[in-house]
Design a protein around this ligand. Structure first.
Ligand SMILES: [Zn+2]
Ligand SMILES: [Zn+2]
Length: 240
């Protein structure tokens, strides 16, 4: 798996403060970006997530788990992490878990969630102050509540979920780790679903206290990360 590295050459990704004009290595689209690799490679969001997204789309309808965290872990493990795909994983995992739990979310709504989350660009955590995984959880709740820009309480609720999820991501500290954002945001979603909607998911089987993605992430926070095995006894992981 490649995570946090260039999908063209495997080189280190460089996050620039100011955007530059670039050309996608795959589709030749001209764009502006803040993130290129050390060899100046750039892939547009679409080309960066194409392969992972196609795997997610194939796998999601076959999943039977009713726990968002377990679904998120399985999607990251089997489909990989590239471009903005972690955002799609959050929305898809949350909606699929409810679909499998009580059938109140339909297959079409899961697809709607995947469509919407695909529009949330990569790198927003640092450049726009809004982690895409957090927005992706708000997206899932927007779909559950059938919110539109014209809704009243439903729109407020979805925005509150996003703001709570963003706070969780902010508390993780940096540099960014998409896997830890996915885990933290989904754990928060599980709490909110219970508190606000009375939805109780079965206990997660995944052991989040022993992060497997740290081997693939060149920017891993190490012991600063709450999912590092060193924190196995931390209270904040008990709910996950
Ligand atoms: Zn490269
Ligand atoms: Zn492209």
């Amino acid at each position: 798996m490649i995570a946090g590295r260039c999908l063209v050459c495997g080189g280190k990704l460089i996050d620039h403060v100011n955007s530059i004009e670039v050309k996608c290595e795959k589709c030749n689209k001209i764009a502006r970006t803040n993130i290129v690799c050390e060899n100046n490679h750039y892939l547009c969001d679409r080309c960066a997530h194409e392969e992972v997204l196609s795997k997610i789309n194939k796998m999601v309808p076959t999943m039977t788990s009713a726990n968002p965290i377990d679904i998120g872990e399985e999607l990251m493990m089997k489909c990989g992490i590239s471009g903005n795909s972690p955002h799609v994983i959050v929305t898809a995992a949350f909606l699929t878990a409810i679909k499998n739990l009580n059938g109140s979310v339909t297959d079409d709504e899961v697809l709607e969630g995947i469509f919407r989350a695909t529009q949330i660009p990569g790198g927003w955590c640092g450049y726009y102050g809004a982690c895409g995984a957090g927005i992706a959880l708000g997206t899932a709740f927007s779909i559950i509540k059938k919110a539109t820009p014209m809704s009243d309480k439903e729109r407020s609720f979805a925005n509150e979920v996003t703001s709570g999820a963003l706070k969780c991501v902010a508390e993780l500290g940096g540099p960014r780790c998409c896997a830890s954002s996915v885990r933290r945001v989904l754990s928060y979603g599980v709490e909110i679903a219970k508190e606000e909607l009375g939805i109780e998911f079965p206990k997660a089987e995944s052991d989040l206290t022993d992060c497997w993605t740290r081997k693939f992430n060149p920017d891993c926070k190490g012991i600063k990360c709450i999912y590092n095995p060193i924190h196995k006894t931390d209270k904040n992981l008990e709910m996950a």
